[in-house]
Design a protein around this ligand. Structure first.
Ligand SMILES: Cc1cc2nc3c(=O)[nH]c(=O)nc-3n(C[C@H](O)[C@H](O)[C@H](O)COP(=O)(O)O)c2cc1C
Length: 146
């Protein structure tokens, strides 16, 4: 049975709610799904994830949310090719009013590829009205793993 791990980076909970929606959709399609805040996962377990979905907002001036910083730094420090058994896709939340729109999600997308993981579905960058774009991403990503 295929297992999906959804990691969310959030300040005010939007990404967490979406992570829950992703898991609901995954379970409805017969997947085993867990969703975890990025501060919860033991960073030494990160490289063992096979199917990873990232939902991450951007804060400050193009920065990672607080709960994502340590994990992001850990992944930046991995060796090239270390994530070659991982498949991933990123859903980025942000606001086009900011110069660095969805920068944190873009950084996750970049670093995962850099470390050897395989992008199975292109990143989607969501503005403040994210519901429709997020729903489409969820539907398409889940269909890939189901
Ligand atoms: C203080 C503050 C700073 C933000 N900075 C950015 C930013 O630099 N780039 C961006 O695209 N969005 C930025 N946002 C928008 C958030 O990423 C967006 O509201 C997102 O939906 C929040 O999701 P969350 O609840 O999961 O944290 C900012 C929002 C606030 C309140």
């Amino acid at each position: 049975m295929t297992k999906i791990t959804v990691l969310y980076g959030t300040e005010t909970g939007n990404s967490e709610l979406l992570a829950m929606d992703i898991c609901k959709a995954g379970e409805n399609s017969g997947l085993v799904c867990e969703h975890l805040g990025m501060e919860i996962i033991d960073s030494s377990d990160f490289s063992d994830i096979e199917n990873l979905l990232i939902v991450c907002s951007t804060w400050g001036d193009g920065e990672q949310p607080d709960n994502a910083i340590d994990l992001f730094d850990h992944v930046e420090g991995l060796d090239e090719g270390e994530l070659q058994n991982m498949k991933f896709s990123v859903l980025a939340l942000g606001d086009t009013a900011f110069d660095l729109f969805c920068e944190a999600g873009k950084e996750w997308d970049r670093v995962l590829e850099e470390k050897g993981a395989t992008r199975v579905y292109d990143r989607v960058d969501c503005d403040v009205d994210y519901e429709d774009d997020a729903e489409e991403w969820i539907e398409n990503v889940i269909a890939i793993f189901a």
